[in-house]
Write a protein of this length. Structure first.
Length: 347
């Protein structure tokens, strides 16, 4: 297939690009190159015969029409989005512009392209979303594809809106859409404003490791390369109009997660001043911080045969090792806007 990947210079998008090229697909990587994007993420495939890059914004319909006309993709994987909850608290407008309006423009450009080619049955528009659209769980239960939407942050609300747009374009115009909602991702090339990179980099620098509230918030963690495999599986084998919940089956509280990373670093890079966990510092909680996320991934496992290959302990060890071995990559990002300072506390 020739796949148009939006946001392919970002964290999850670049993993999809690398995996798609490795699987023999042609890829058009469309990215606006905003603060969280990095072309080094796809440097390993930049010279591949099937790879092309387009510097464009999904909010720019003229640019989108040009890209579709030039490359004639067989499928769209839509990952371009503003994603950091803390940033959405400080500046929700950017999330509405990109995640809602940008998705609308991409849907319209994809629909025009699909119709111009005679509405081929094999075309797919795969919208990649998050489990955060479902809100917050209590101590028990799991999100499924049928969980009612209950977004609680500007980020998750904007993603929920984009999910609804995609389903509406499928129902109203017949556009062949699939939707996936994933749990928290982690792994190589994770932008250093997110929790796991913050823990690793602060620990290496001997700085306080911030933990929101009491650290009891629970997440289901999914290794990004497993997620990339799942997304390509959904694109190629998922049923039109269906949604797929993708989880790692690895629940852990934020505090336990941080302690696990500190223990790995104690083994890899011991501190003379004591264990890395001594750097843990509890800070004021994020406004509206969801208590727990957990995904029931039965549908994608039973219908499509996908399951994660990496446990959380294995994935965290791989991730820590990657950051230790790739200091040049993350050091180049430390001066980008917002990195290294607390965001989202203004509410």
């Amino acid at each position: 297939m020739k796949i148009l990947v939006t946001g392919g210079a970002g964290f999850i998008g670049s993993a999809v690009v690398r995996r798609a090229i490795a699987d023999g697909h042609a890829v058009v990587n469309l990215d606006a190159l905003t603060y969280a994007a990095c072309l080094d993420n796809v440097a390993s495939v930049a010279e591949a015969p099937g790879y092309a890059f387009e510097h464009a914004d999904i909010r720019d319909r003229v640019a989108l029409d040009r890209v579709f006309a030039r490359h004639q993709p067989d499928a769209v994987m839509h990952l371009a989005a503003e994603t950091h909850v803390d940033r959405s608290i400080d500046g929700p407008g950017a999330f509405v512009e990109t995640n809602v309006n940008g998705t609308f423009h991409l849907l319209e450009a994809a629909r025009a392209h699909w119709q111009s080619r005679g509405r081929p049955e094999g075309f797919r528009f795969h919208h990649v979303s998050t489990d955060e659209v479902f809100g917050s769980l209590g101590a028990t239960g799991h999100f499924t594809e049928d969980t009612p939407y209950d977004p609680r942050s500007p980020y998750s609300a904007s993603k929920a809106a984009s999910d609804h747009l995609v389903r509406a374009w499928g129902a109203t115009y017949g556009l062949p859409v699939v939707v996936s909602n994933c749990s928290n991702n982690y792994g190589p090339y994770h932008f250093p404003e997110k929790l796991i990179p913050v823990v690793i980099l602060n620990a290496l620098a001997g700085r306080p490791i911030p933990v929101y509230g009491d650290g009891s918030n629970v997440r289901d963690w999914l290794y990004v390369e497993d997620h990339a495999e799942a997304l390509l599986t959904v694109l190629q084998r998922g049923a039109v109009g269906r949604s797929y919940a993708i989880g790692g089956g690895n629940e852990r509280s934020n505090l336990d997660l941080v302690r696990t990373i500190c223990a790995i670093l104690d083994d890899r890079r011991p501190r003379t001043a004591g264990p890395h966990a001594d750097l843990i510092t509890f800070v004021s909680d994020r406004p509206g911080h969801d208590a727990r996320y957990a995904i029931d991934a039965t549908r994608i496992r039973d219908d499509l045969g996908w399951r994660p290959s990496v446990t959380l302990d294995q994935g965290l060890a791989r991730t820590v090792d990657w950051y230790l071995d790739n200091a040049k990559w993350w050091q180049a990002l430390l001066d980008r806007d917002g990195v290294g300072r607390r965001l989202g506390a203004g509410a």
